[in-house]
Design a protein around this ligand. Sequence first.
Ligand SMILES: C[S@@+](CC[C@H](N)C(=O)[O-])C[C@H]1O[C@@H](n2cnc3c(N)ncnc32)[C@H](O)[C@@H]1O
Ligand SMILES: Nc1nc2[nH]cc(C(=O)O)c2c(=O)[nH]1
Ligand code: SF4
Ligand SMILES: [Mg+2]
Length: 210
Amino acid sequence: MASYAVKEMFLTLQGEGVQVGRRAVFLRFAGCNLWTGREEDRATAVCTFCDTDFVGLDGDHGGRYPDADALADRAAALWGDFPEPFVVMTGGEPLLQIDAALVAALKARGFEMAVETNGTQPAPDGIDWICVSPKQGSDVVLRRGNELKLVWPQPGLDPDELAGWDFDHFLLQPMDGPNLSSAREAAIRFVLEHPRWRLSTQTHKVVGIR
Ligand SMILES: C[S@@+](CC[C@H](N)C(=O)[O-])C[C@H]1O[C@@H](n2cnc3c(N)ncnc32)[C@H](O)[C@@H]1O
Ligand SMILES: Nc1nc2[nH]cc(C(=O)O)c2c(=O)[nH]1
Ligand code: SF4
Ligand SMILES: [Mg+2]
């Protein structure tokens, strides 16, 4: 039976993408295949701009969960006594760990499931909402889903090529970091010229929630 390495779990509002503002349990898995998460490796990683600490098991409700039921029980407890539970699985790279047993355990507790992924791994069946965020220099195998959320700008990644992939929504998300304001301006300019794309703002950072 699989065990799961979890960095943290918390209740918040989805800050990004088409489902922005929605109450959600965030389940952040530890580990990623495109960066070790160590600052000394950032410059040589495939993904160099990550805004997230996904190393270790030491966050709120983090730990090694022995099985899918234990993890789904914790997610249900965090959601609390409300209808229509919603979980966003992220990381790190969640598709390194999400398996059929976890999907089934969450489904059995009534969860609607979303995933935030870099798209380099196939997704198991049964996930309700797939957000793929491609990274320049990686091999994206998951080219269909609900939303494609491109962190912008990423030199070498051409949005016109991605626009042929099979997604319902195409989003540009300005890259947070030292050049955030110019990234924002570039994204706004791009959307004004390419109405197929929408701007995704990381609203949780603006309003000061997790
Ligand atoms: C931390 S990642 C975890 C999920 C998965 N590994 C991925 O990259 O999609 C969550 C989301 O944050 C985005 N992201 C990471 N660093 C960012 C940054 N500096 N600015 C804007 N978005 C960022 C990712 O592209 C992804 O959409
Ligand atoms: N509020 C909030 N919304 C988010 N949407 C995607 C996030 C992520 O790190 O995957 C994230 C996050 O870390 N916090
Ligand atoms: S792929 Fe996702 S989790 Fe991994 S380093 Fe990039 S943004 Fe961070
Ligand atoms: Mg985040």
